[in-house]
Design a protein around this ligand. Structure first.
Ligand code: CMP
Length: 137
């Protein structure tokens, strides 16, 4: 069993889509092993997305991530990273496959409703950024 990190982003929180997105995730066999509702600080959002620091959209991304609370989950499944990325769909919702979370709910590249780790290595880093071992069941 492998783990990945999911963030339900502020644009989804704002539109009261948290429950629907969690239900979709669970219906696809991704098990929730940890869950938290947080309003990120600017520093937390900046540090979480530090790999994108030089990108032109970095400050827009940080401001968007602190605009409303987020729901953060550790998901478990065989091949969790790939399974959840397939369920999320492409970063750009215009290119997301029908039935994926982003095709259903995302507004734009920036307000794309969900985040998912892009590799097992990053999943481990991202999970430990938000959760202690004590919080994962
Ligand atoms: P995420 O999977 O959270 O990882 C990085 C995020 O940067 C990405 O989803 C998008 O929300 C955001 N992003 C990527 N490209 C752009 C862009 N061109 N404009 C605004 N935000 C972007």
């Amino acid at each position: 069993m492998k783990h990945t990190l999911c963030i339900i982003k502020p644009d989804a929180t704002r539109r009261a889509l948290t429950g629907e997105i969690l239900a979709l995730i669970e219906s696809q066999g991704l098990k929730i092993k940890a869950l938290k509702w947080l309003h990120l600080s600017r520093k937390e959002a900046q540090d979480f997305y530090i790999v994108h620091k030089e990108r032109p959209f970095y400050s827009e991304l940080v401001e968007m991530m602190i605009s409303h609370p987020v729901t953060i989950a550790v998901l478990e499944a065989p091949g969790a990273v790939e399974k959840y990325r397939n369920l999320m769909g492409a970063t750009n919702p215009a290119q997301a496959t029908a039935g994926t979370i982003r095709a259903k709910y995302a507004i734009s590249m920036g307000e794309n409703s969900v985040h998912g780790s892009d590799s097992l290595e990053n999943a481990q880093k991202e999970i430990s950024y938000f959760f202690s071992q004590r919080e994962i069941f």
